[in-house]
Design a protein around this ligand. Structure first.
Ligand code: ATP
Ligand code: MG
Length: 387
């Protein structure tokens, strides 16, 4: 038995002449989400349909409902494009519903204008037929227990009575590409998800201090990246070793500036890597006021190290909202596994919360920034992570 779902998209329909482009990217993203399964996805007047074997239904719906740009989807019954066939299918659909769903109305959308009846006529005729064939039913146009939706497509008619939400947003790729600074924590994976929701495709960058941090914490980041790739397709993950940089900072700079100096190096590395790869923005999981490095003063001094645009999608969220999101996108269970972050190594006892740029720049004079930058880029390993 084959199954069909109807996929609706929202925002992209509003975007004027970009519409066709956005639709093409969404279609491509839907196809890649199920590329290892026999699923046929077709375009249909402001919607897509996916057809697949009934046995795969749960997996296909799970995957397609994660694709950005999808507003909702419905599992549908199909009927031939004739009123009698549609009536017959309507009875079948209604008989499969629980007894207590006893009030209804019919709503038709006719994208195929060559169908001989108008939408109100279809509503009336199918409604009348249901009343006749299913004695428990009554019409209630204001608060029906269910609505039988009918869509008249070009080849078939689709009937359904409920839908599930997709994530909304824009298809990944349509607004460009960004570099996600991915730590092993709770916040940055959520920030990456939110960036993808606005149509950005991602590469990810993780800074580690092997051998001071274990291979374990790198595996954790790989797993986080893998989970993010469910939403936006394969993600190139760059692992950069900053152990040398940390050692130099520790040996040569004032202790309380350690984190700020490391963060500034991270931004420089990100910017250099972005330039090489044609990426114009970075995404971080920073919020305001969470920790010493997230005061306005710290953020100002840190971001002064690079010109690249920094996006901070979590800025408006409270911690508990970030945690809720992390749970919903299923990165939370990985994020809370214990790990050592390179930033938690050598943590100063009293990190500066209101650093002064002149002092920071003074401290950096004892570092050979260009050499450290070059070596870090040399010490980068890249792998493509996919689900
Ligand atoms: P997270 O939960 O994402 O680790 P956090 O609340 O712990 O965030 P910070 O440790 O101040 O906050 O880090 C702020 C942001 O800097 C992170 O969200 C991430 O984008 C980036 N970052 C921090 N450490 C690393 C790292 N080791 N590799 C890559 N990016 C990092
Ligand atoms: Mg962190």
């Amino acid at each position: 038995m084959t199954s069909t779902i109807l996929i609706r998209f929202g925002e992209i329909a509003l975007k004027g002449k970009n519409r066709r482009y956005f639709e093409n990217v969404l279609l491509q993203n839907l196809k890649s989400a199920v590329q290892d399964m026999p699923v046929q996805i077709k375009r249909m007047h402001g919607r897509f349909t996916a057809t697949f074997s009934e046995d795969d239904a749960a997996a296909v719906i799970d995957r397609l409902s994660k694709v950005f740009g999808v507003v909702s989807l419905s599992q549908v019954s199909t009927a031939a494009l004739e009123l009698e066939a549609i009536k017959g299918k309507a009875v079948e659909v209604v008989r499969s519903l629980p007894e207590q769903m006893d009030t209804f109305k019919v709503e038709t959308r006719r994208s195929n204008k060559s169908f001989p009846l108008t939408s109100p006529e279809i509503n009336r005729q199918v409604g009348a037929h249901l009343l006749q064939r299913c004695p428990r039913l009554k019409v209630d146009v204001h608060r029906p227990a269910f609505i039988l939706f009918i869509e008249i497509g070009m080849q078939e008619a689709y009937l359904y009575h409920n839908s599930i939400h997709g994530p909304g947003g824009l298809p990944v790729g349509v607004t460009g590409k960004a570099m996600l600074l991915l730590s092993g924590g709770i916040d940055s994976p959520v920030a990456g998800w939110m960036a993808m929701k606005r149509g950005l495709s991602l590469e990810a960058l993780h800074f580690h201090s092997f051998p001071f941090t274990s291979k374990h914490s790198q595996e954790k980041v790989i797993e986080l990246c893998r989970r993010l790739s469910r939403y936006g397709g394969p993600i190139p993950l760059h692992m950069v070793n900053v152990a040398e940089i940390q050692k130099e900072i520790r040996a040569k700079c004032p202790e309380e500036l350690g984190i700020i100096l490391l963060r500034r190096m991270m931004l420089r590395i990100t910017e250099a890597m972005g330039k090489q790869r044609g990426i114009k923005a970075m995404v971080t999981g920073e919020s305001l006021g969470q920790v010493a490095s997230q005061t306005l003063e710290s953020m100002e001094v840190i971001s002064a190290a690079a010109r690249m645009l920094i996006l901070r999608p979590l800025l408006g969220l409270d911690k508990h909202e970030i945690v809720e999101k992390a749970e919903a996108i299923d990165t939370y269970p990985v994020s809370i596994r214990p790990f050592e972050d390179c930033c938690t190594l050598f943590v100063p006892r009293h990190p500066a919360t209101r650093p002064n740029l002149a002092r920071v720049e003074q401290a950096e004079k004892s570092l050979e920034i260009d050499r450290l930058l070059y070596e870090a880029l040399e010490n980068t390993e890249t792998q493509i992570i996919e689900y």
